[in-house]
Design a protein around this ligand. Structure first.
Ligand SMILES: [Zn+2]
Length: 237
């Protein structure tokens, strides 16, 4: 996956969307954004002032971002509080190629938080069905961003306790997703997202080491010689 330059959008202003234990989605996601900024990512807001969706996307585009991830926790529906537990990723129906990377991101975040992956979602605008319902996706597509996602990391209650430690886990996870890959092989960004984890593991285990130039050549066939080397390493012969 070639994400290009990655930016994060702390979705809401300070005090937005209250949860239990004095939790506010706006404050927690800004805190997460500031951690990601420390890790070298671009963020669309650095304080709790209210900024329009369009302005946040415009800023990301102006900063040269190719990928934008909007950071959220989900509300708790009173009639069915359990329905928003777990990680969900929303992508643009105008970018069906974003489905697979969206699933990869969602599963990694769920794993990092030790909660379930709730699945993917996409939704058309009711007033203009050629456009996305969600503003970040709509403006992201219209501004020409390559990839744009909304991540509902969990619901407000799931982040309302030990918030700082959990936010740190999420930030570390994003660092692995968007930065960690490049060091595995030179061409690691060409590895399909569903295979990345396995490719990283066989490299770390010393089973598949790539060619002399440090490339994995993900789409090239395996020869019988190479297969013999791989099997002998697995069996530690
Ligand atoms: Zn939100």
């Amino acid at each position: 996956m070639n994400w290009g330059k990655v930016g994060f959008d702390p979705g809401h202003y300070a005090g937005a969307n209250a949860g239990p234990n004095g939790y506010y989605e706006g404050n927690a996601m800004l805190k997460l954004g500031l951690l990601l900024k420390q890790k070298g990512f671009y963020i669309t807001r650095e304080d709790g002032r209210d900024i329009t969706l369009m302005e946040r996307v415009r800023r990301a585009k102006a900063a040269g971002c190719d990928t934008l991830v909007s950071l959220h926790t989900d509300w708790i529906p009173p009639d069915n509080p359990k329905s928003t537990e777990g990680t969900m990723v929303i992508y643009s129906f105008n970018k069906p190629e974003d489905r697979e990377p969206a699933e990869y991101i969602g599963k990694e975040i769920a794993k990092a938080l030790g909660i379930k992956f709730r699945g993917l979602y996409t939704r058309r605008s009711t007033t203009d069905p050629s456009q996305d319902y969600y503003g970040i996706l709509r403006h992201g597509v219209n501004y020409g961003l390559k990839h744009v996602f909304i991540v509902e990391h969990c619901n407000h209650a799931q982040l309302a306790y030990n918030t700082d430690a959990k936010i740190q886990e999420i930030a570390n996870c994003y660092e692995r997703i968007f930065k960690g890959g490049s060091k595995v092989f030179n061409d690691f960004d060409k590895v399909s997202s569903w295979a990345k984890d396995a490719v990283r593991k066989v490299k770390e285990a010393g089973i598949m080491m790539g060619d002399e130039k440090g490339n994995f050549n993900p789409q090239k066939p395996v020869t019988r010689e190479e297969l013999a080397v791989v099997i002998s390493r697995i069996l530690k012969l």
